[in-house]
Design a protein around this ligand. Structure first.
Ligand code: ADP
Ligand code: ASP
Ligand code: MG
Length: 403
């Protein structure tokens, strides 16, 4: 199949008749360019709006008999509703669209409800539809397991649907349409003068996403990188050029990119720092402690282990379960809740001295306490209190001249 372009539209883009009319324009233009668009949609709107994923979860969150299978079935409805509504609107405007669930589009996953992995994509249904000149409108964020049960791919998973279909159909490109003009140097909700990046390498945007920039799912970046398919991040509401995500070799603005050491800043909210103290041989540290945490399905991050102290962070919602475990073990511990992890990212910071010094000076000038740090060759993360996050991201953005 040739000339296939995946066009994915996020929650706000599909949320009203007006915004869906913008989508109709984008799809029509693609078709007029001689391309074969395959559309992927998210559930409509954000928390509080009737068919948003969080609203659907709330419907049964206080019930006793929720199972992960049933929750997936419920959550998948949000995207299915969007696909039918958008396809109908496309048809009303003269486009031959057809809505499909992820399973109907051939996305086969494992049984890991809530966070399923895609095992394969059976493309024959989509290929036949495209051959007939139809425009498939696929419900994102979902697939089906071998038994036929509907599974979901993890929050933000419609981006993953877009990239996996791009790979399976050997698309020319994947276009992710959202409510901002592209990948920016920081979340514009925190930093009003954040700048749109005209292009960025796969691995840098992967890091931004992995460290909290919600604009694209990190798994979607990985899939398109492995398939070597360019991703464009664009705004549904205007015609600005957006951001091209590709290989370093294909970037057209290498020179200006080389000049900036830092590419962007990301942040994650809602985490808690846990310090377990193992003092004076009073308690023996159980080497299976971390296995037990993993068995409870709690993921830990920013991990620093010292002989007398074990420090790490967890998601706020896991505090109660972890505290039970700490009490069972009779450990002395301290938890600082309501923290945020702020990370600066840049492939060109490798081996350049003084970056940590600038971070520490900038944050301390604002009286922001750093609770913990971690770094790699291309990232430096600081754990701070959540109330400081907005100022922290802004001052670091200024310090590294990203605006
Ligand atoms: P969609 O529903 O379209 O998938 P998301 O809410 O998942 O949209 O992602 C878009 C949002 O990501 C933006 O509104 C923006 O606030 C946020 N965001 C966070 N970091 C960045 C960044 N570095 N660049 C652009 N947007 C970002
Ligand atoms: N609707 C899903 C979510 O809110 C998937 C997505 O939007 O990509 O996580
Ligand atoms: Mg998203």
């Amino acid at each position: 199949m040739i000339n296939i372009v995946i066009q994915k539209f996020g929650g706000t883009s599909v949320s009203s008749v007006e915004s869906r009319n913008k989508i109709v324009e984008k799809v029509k233009n693609k078709k007029n360019e001689g391309k074969n668009p395959v559309v992927v949609v998210s559930a409509m709107g954000r928390k509080g709006q009737p068919y948003a994923t969080d609203t659907l979860i709330d419907l049964i969150k206080d019930c006793k008999h929720t199972s992960s299978r049933d929750l997936d079935l419920l959550m998948s409805c949000g995207e299915i509703i969007s696909s039918v509504v958008l396809a109908t609107q496309l048809k009303d405007q003269g486009l031959d669209a057809i809505p499909l669930t992820g399973g109907q589009a051939g996305i086969i996953t494992d049984n890991y409800f809530g966070s399923a992995t895609i095992l394969k994509v059976d493309t024959h249904v989509l290929e036949n539809l495209i051959k007939e000149g139809k425009i498939p409108v696929v419900a994102g964020f979902q697939g089906r397991n071998e038994k036929g049960d509907i599974t979901t791919l993890g929050r933000g998973g419609s981006d993953v649907t877009a990239s996996i279909l791009g790979e399976a159909l050997q698309a020319d490109s994947v276009e992710i349409y959202t409510d901002v003009d592209g990948i920016m140097t920081a979340d514009p909700r925190l930093v009003p003068n954040a700048k749109v990046l005209s292009s960025i390498e796969y691995n840098e945007v992967f890091q931004l996403a992995e460290y909290g920039a919600k604009v694209i799912h990190p798994r979607a970046v990985e899939i398109s990188m492995r398939a070597n398919i360019p991703i464009y991040i664009k705004n549904t509401y205007n015609d600005s050029p957006g951001t091209l995500i590709t290989n370093y070799n294909k970037l057209s603005v290498k020179k200006s990119i080389k000049n900036s050491i830092i590419t962007g800043i990301a942040h994650i909210l809602n985490v808690a720092q846990v310090t377990v103290q193992i003092k004076n041989n009073k308690t023996h540290f159980d080497p299976l402690f971390f296995t037990e945490i993993a068995n409870k399905n709690i993921s830990i991050d920013l991990i620093n282990l010292f002989p007398n102290e074990k420090v790490f962070i967890i998601q706020h919602e896991n505090i109660a379960i972890l505290e039970d475990l700490l009490k069972q073990k009779n450990y002395d511990y301290k938890i600082i809740d309501h923290c945020a992890k702020v990370t600066i990212i840049g492939n060109r910071m490798r081996g350049i001295p003084g970056i940590m010094a600038r971070i520490v000076s900038a944050l301390s000038r604002e009286g922001i306490e750093i609770l913990q740090t971690a770094d790699s060759h291309t990232t430096i993360s600081c754990l701070i209190r959540e109330e400081d996050v907005e100022i922290a991201v802004r001052v670091l953005h200024e310090e590294f001249h990203l605006g």
